[in-house]
Design a binder for this molecule. Structure first.
Ligand code: ADP
Length: 454
């Protein structure tokens, strides 16, 4: 039942990524676009593209009937959801199945199980995968108080349905708990229609390290490698690298074993990511993303392995041994820099507008994933990711030098971007030494030259 035609149910950079994988596999692909995206690079790249509605995502990229209709009327037999939008929506996965379309992702039940952070936490505890110390499940205010006292402040209140840092509040002491509980649950209710919260100890010196997995659903589990994603602002990743400078060989073996056990316990199928916090030599599960991730290219570059092609093969019935006959061996070092249309001088306000000049970096070891081009107008309706500059080199110092060289070559004019800030980060002694935690960037950002000048 190998796949012949894929509907790429997404836009922008990720749609471009999936289209490229289809083209290399010799599979036909159909793009979709809203009326605001007629000129997006992903539409130009596709042999065929279908307009699915007006600019607002709720009426286009999140509209399940429109997407299913686009797939069935164009004769697709599979749907790739990309990331964001409907990528972790089990209703969409079910609608695909009901219409004889292979959903390129895990089974709907798995999306539900891991999409709810409380049920994920419980499933992982059962599989002997430790989460950050905290409540076993959902809490009310009194239970939150009790848990917080037990694990010790500071704690994080987190939304069970959370994502993108929404419904998450850091609470320093008991006095702040009630107000934080109220705002976090209101925010969660507004964003996800679900106000359930749970409590975790806030780890103050932690690193975000995640493990890429790929499973065939019939017993084949491939642990593809880890990524370091601690360079964050407001819980949003800005620069990622692989391997993680904080992971020793022993820790890597331990994380690999744990990830494999987690995948087997839930009968996982497809590509996914287990996110962990690493602190004081230990690691704690925080969540699983049941989809491809923005930062997947760093893993692809060190593993020499195309994750999107593998996702498509597995959805078409291939086993892990079909997609990878020899063991994976990580080689060299990769760094990804996200270039966002945001103004660092203006509190990182999203800055849509016309790209008057675009010169991507070229040369050895540089990969650019993007949907933009010179003359493209960034619409105001979607996220601000313009491009990802991903570099590979033999080792971390060379990869860092290459990333800086590539960013200096990059020219984007017309909208402000985060590229200058990224150069400052890569040049910083803490980055050079690989010594940084999830709060590091927030602590130093105002002193970095790109911001200090403004
Ligand atoms: P979301 O799904 O909203 O992105 P996550 O649970 O993935 O939320 O957490 C996002 C980021 O928040 C992490 O990468 C980390 O920087 C921080 N974080 C999450 N949980 C904790 C914790 N218990 N202690 C400290 N930082 C945390």
């Amino acid at each position: 039942m190998s796949i012949k035609r894929v509907l790429v149910a997404n836009r922008g950079e990720v749609a471009v990524r999936v289209l490229r994988a289809c083209q290399e596999l010799g599979i036909e692909a159909v793009a979709v676009y809203s009326t605001a995206d007629e000129t997006s690079g992903h539409v130009a790249l596709a042999e065929r593209a279908v307009c699915i509605g007006p600019p607002h995502a709720a009426e286009s990229y999140l509209d399940i009937p429109s997407l299913i209709a686009a797939a069935t009327t164009t004769g697709c037999d599979a749907v790739h959801p990309g990331w964001g939008f409907l990528a972790e929506n089990s209703e969409f996965a079910r609608a695909c199945e009901d219409n004889d379309l292979s959903f390129i992702g895990p089974r709907p039940e798995t999306i539900d199980l891991m999409g709810d952070k409380v049920s994920a936490r419980i499933a992982m505890t059962k599989a002997d995968v430790s989460g950050v110390p905290g409540s076993a499940g959902q809490v009310d205010l009194a239970q939150a108080n009790e848990q917080a006292r037990e694990v010790g402040f500071p704690v994080l209140l987190k939304a069970s349905a959370g994502g993108g840092g929404k419904g998450m509040r850091l609470v320093e002491d008991a006095d702040g708990l009630a107000a934080a509980f109220e705002t976090a649950s209101a925010e969660a209710q507004a964003a996800f229609g679900n106000d359930a919260l749970y409590v975790e100890k806030a780890l103050t010196n932690a690193r975000h390290v995640e493990v890429q997995v790929l499973c065939d659903g019939v017993g084949g589990v491939l642990i593809v490698g880890e990524r370091e994603c601690s360079i964050q602002r407001r819980h949003q990743k800005l620069i990622e690298e692989a391997p993680s400078p904080a992971v020793s060989d022993a820790l890597r073996r331990d994380m690999t074993e744990t990830a494999e056990r987690a995948c087997r316990a839930i009968g996982y199928q497809g590509a996914g990511t287990l996110e962990f916090l690493v602190a004081d030599g230990d690691f704690y599960f925080i969540e699983m993303n049941t989809r491809l991730q923005v930062e997947h290219p760093v893993t692809e570059l060190v593993a020499g392995f195309d994750l999107v092609q593998a996702q498509i093969a597995i959805a078409g019935g291939a086993s892990i041994s079909d997609v990878r006959s020899e063991p994976l061996r990580a080689r060299g070092h990769a760094i990804e820099v996200r270039i966002n249309a945001e103004d660092p001088a203006n509190d990182f306000m999203p800055a849509p507008g016309l790209i008057t000049r675009f010169v991507p970096p070229l040369g050895p070891g540089v990969r650019v994933d993007t949907h933009i081009y010179e003359g493209y107008s960034v619409p105001p309706y979607y996220d601000s990711l313009l491009a990802k500059i991903i570099v590979w080199a033999e080792d971390r110092p060379r990869a860092t030098a290459r990333a800086i060289r590539a960013l200096r070559e990059l020219r984007i004019e017309g909208v402000p971007t985060t590229a200058g800030l990224a150069i400052d980060i890569l040049n910083h002694p803490s980055f050079r030494e690989g010594e940084y935690t999830t709060t590091w960037l927030e602590d130093v950002v105002s002193e970095l030259p790109a911001l200090a000048q403004s």
